[in-house]
Write a protein that binds this ligand. Structure first.
Ligand SMILES: [Zn+2]
Ligand SMILES: [Zn+2]
Length: 433
């Protein structure tokens, strides 16, 4: 029995994966910039349109350091005396730059201590790994707290034509003791020489709490007590592995992976019903197919009449009305009754009581009666979107209930008089408040 539940758990993880959040992009390359006389490869203002963007790179022709924090561009510069200053400016260029958007962070405490950049890299890897990150994919992180000792630098111009130039000076170094602030960093195993140094997987800038200094982190020695690491919140990805026949008269074995996006294309839009259907049906399918592969030639299903639920049912099971493998019946208990034809095992899929907000239920009834105003329709849409997000964040085991049914009587009532409720308001106006 223990073995079985472990198996079921492993399969759950294969059906519902997590996507690493946020794509990391870069322009130019650290190892090339010197050869190209620090020619600009990106104008920062092209990133202005992303409100939650983070990024790092040198400023202009090595005139300082850029640290882009949550959509705010900080440019740190060193003057002739080595005094550091900071300016917020978009109208700047960089010879190389790495950047990525973060919609939402998740925070984790870290402990122990680090005595080198390599140690810090290891600590970041440990936290990310324990949170299920795939380290082969680059990601952005933040670390906030008070740090015992850090050494940072701000690069300085290499030619007289730029202010701040001083012969035989490439950078100004700064020592920070017991200073609080944030480390903004990028982790990447594939960015060496591009946006991380040749010998490291991390590139980090420090910005102090007062936002009066930003520079590139070279050394760190600190206890990690009270230090928090932030990683991008990852989104749940719904994906299913299916097997079908390999041509019109072919054999079973053609495998594909289908996801929520595919269902959206088939159904017409993303909605809470689609997500309810996919997550709920997944609970039954992972029990029917312990190897994680849904055989769409071996299923039949009864669905409630909702346009969203019925679309998920036919899409994921391969069952069809015309072959007597699919029918719609509002008299069944729950959302679906799904059956593996070859062995007769049958499961009923229920969304637990109270999971779907009653406000949505009430408004849906009115919408079907076409009694919602344009603005009330917008309100309903927002409620449904919130519920969709709730479903994607929830633990499916907590909100769905799967019940094995013995001796289920398959009695297709083939009728076509259900109301397609998702097109009733298709000519409604838009809400102007
Ligand atoms: Zn840097
Ligand atoms: Zn829908």
């Amino acid at each position: 029995m223990k073995k079985l539940s472990l198996l079921v758990f492993l399969i759950l993880t294969s059906f519902l994966g997590y996507s690493q959040h946020g794509e990391i992009k870069s322009a130019g390359a650290m190892s090339e910039m010197g050869r190209n006389n620090f020619a600009p490869n990106i104008s920062l203002d092209t990133l202005k349109k992303y409100p939650r963007i983070f990024g790092l790179g040198p400023l202009g022709k090595m005139q300082g350091e850029i640290t882009l924090v949550d959509g705010i561009p900080f440019a740190g510069k060193a003057d002739l005396d080595g005094k550091a200053s900071i300016q917020k400016e978009w109208d700047v260029k960089a010879p190389f730059f790495v950047y990525g958007e973060v919609e939402e962070w998740e925070s984790f405490p870290i402990d122990g201590q680090v005595t080198s950049m390599a140690d810090l890299e290891k600590s970041i890897e440990q936290v990310a790994l324990s949170k299920g990150f795939d380290l082969s994919k680059p990601f952005v992180f933040k670390i906030s707290g008070e740090f015992d000792l850090m050494v940072t630098h701000i690069v300085t111009p290499r030619s007289e034509e730029f202010s701040g130039f001083k012969s035989r000076r490439n950078q100004e170094n700064y020592t920070h003791e017991n200073e609080s602030g944030e480390l903004i960093g990028f982790y990447s195993q594939i960015g060496k020489g591009i946006y991380t140094p040749q010998n490291s997987n991390i590139h980090i800038h420090f910005i102090n709490d007062a936002q009066s200094f930003t520079g590139h982190l070279d050394k760190i020695e600190t206890k990690l007590e009270g230090v928090i690491i932030y990683l991008p919140k990852r989104k749940k990805e719904i994906s299913f592995k299916t097997t079908d026949t390999d041509f019109s008269k072919g054999r079973l074995g053609f495998q594909q992976e289908v996801g929520l996006d595919d269902m959206v294309k088939f159904h017409g839009h993303l909605c809470d019903g689609l997500v309810v259907g996919a997550l709920g049906l997944n609970e039954a399918l992972e029990t029917l197919f312990p190897d994680g592969l849904i055989d769409r030639t071996d299923l039949r299903i009864v669905s409630k009449s909702s346009p969203c639920l019925t679309d998920v049912a036919v899409y994921l099971t391969g069952a069809r009305y015309q072959f007597g493998t699919f029918y719609v019946d509002d008299a069944i208990e729950g959302l679906y009754v799904v059956q593996k034809i070859s062995d007769g095992s049958t499961y009923q899929v229920n969304l637990k009581d109270g999971v779907k907000p009653s406000a949505i239920k009430e408004m849906e009834i009115l919408a079907v009666q076409k009694e919602l105003s344009d603005c009330q329709l917008l309100e309903l849409r927002n409620l449904e979107d919130d519920f969709t997000q709730f479903l994607l964040d929830a633990d499916a085991k907590e909100i769905f209930q799967i019940k094995a049914i013995d001796g289920f009587e398959w009695k297709p009532v083939l009728k076509g008089d259900f109301i397609k409720t998702d097109i009733l308001n298709k000519n409604a106006g838009s809400c102007s408040l």
